[in-house]
Design a protein around this ligand. Sequence first.
Ligand code: HEC
Ligand code: HEC
Length: 356
Amino acid sequence: MFTNTFTPLYRLLAACLLAVVLAACAQDSGMPDSSGETEAGSEAAADTGSEAEADAADAAVAEDEEAEPYVFDRPFVPPSPPLTDLLGRGEYLVEGIAGCGNCHSGRDENGELVEGLEYAGNFVIEEPIFTAYAPNITPDPETGIGEWTDEQIERAIREGIREDGTLMGPPMAFAYYRDISSTDMAAIIAYLRSVPPVSREVPESIVNMELPPAWVEPVTEPVPDIPPSDRLAYGRYLSHTIGHCTQCHTPLAEESIGDFSRIGSGMNLYPLPFGYDWSALAANITQHETLGIGAWTDDEIKRAIVYGISRDGRELLPFMGYSYYEKVSDEDLDLIVEYIKTFPPSVAEAPAAEEH
Ligand code: HEC
Ligand code: HEC
């Protein structure tokens, strides 16, 4: 896989990318006058910081658990439609584990998704070195991608190359999406073509920095499907390739897109998004007993993914696409949990205090 080519630059980009993703989603919580969110944020930063606190929290939780173990409960979510049902499969992925609308759909000033602006673009984030806008990806011929060919849309998603051949800036997860199977890519494109066209102009992203020559090696061969019966491989496909959980939850590395020897150990810092007075750290989701999720039950892990509630009942910051993950089928959610539980206990350094 592509790794060593663009090192310090890549790291910089990756850092921006994460900041952007998070800030984008932090928009969910509206403007900085929402004091509830602010508190949750400080807790997030504190929580991940101290082993003693984590232990204390664990002890408290353990007591609670003896009284009343948490039981994950939601209405049954049926399995994905078969791969032959391109449109159904595409809807299942895009509205679910891929969560493309988390960035690409219109939101109001409180960060709530606006009905009628699905996939019509909205999200903006300004960093010193770039300003990124998630474009309108509805089939509108003027302001969306209605005139693009399937090949052009595929190249945009896999390789970050626009229809005019130029390279996009951050923050889409090209290094992950590159390996989406050809069938699933066709399904995603079929679904994007089926959403109502919305006429909505979104400014072009501005990148004030040198981009690498490419984000990933070009895809020249069809990418095979992974059979769901291969539970671990398919769980990885859902969580890593399509859901890019591992993008946010793996420490960045000098030489590559992430230090996968410490997969899941988190600690990527998302500093002061939108002028909030908090920074957030991606949680450690390895099997570490106290700093990670080693002591969590499967039901507790599912609650965090789908409802954004931590083991101790704390509401997680609105960064992950919980409302999308809610549509992941019962059986796929099982596979995601199975896969992330393979992350061996490991610890990443929290960023230095002055970086907060
Ligand atoms: C983290 C936020 C984020 C997520 C998640 C995301 N995108 Fe994007 N996407 C962007 C941004 C920002 C751009 C524009 C980048 C640029 O132009 O430099 C973009 C560009 C695109 C484009 C090119 C459109 C154009 O007009 O240039 C397509 C197509 C696209 N995304 C599809 C998808 C699909 C499909 C998914 C889900 C599998 C997805 N995106 C997930 C942020 C995101
Ligand atoms: C956009 C970045 C991002 C993505 C993508 C993402 N996460 Fe997270 N996740 C976070 C952050 C940040 C937190 C911590 C939030 C907080 O502390 O309030 C978190 C928290 C969690 C937690 C709770 C941990 C704890 O100690 O409370 C779990 C479990 C988790 N994520 C699993 C996943 C899984 C599984 C996926 C993919 C389906 C995923 N995440 C995708 C950023 C992300």
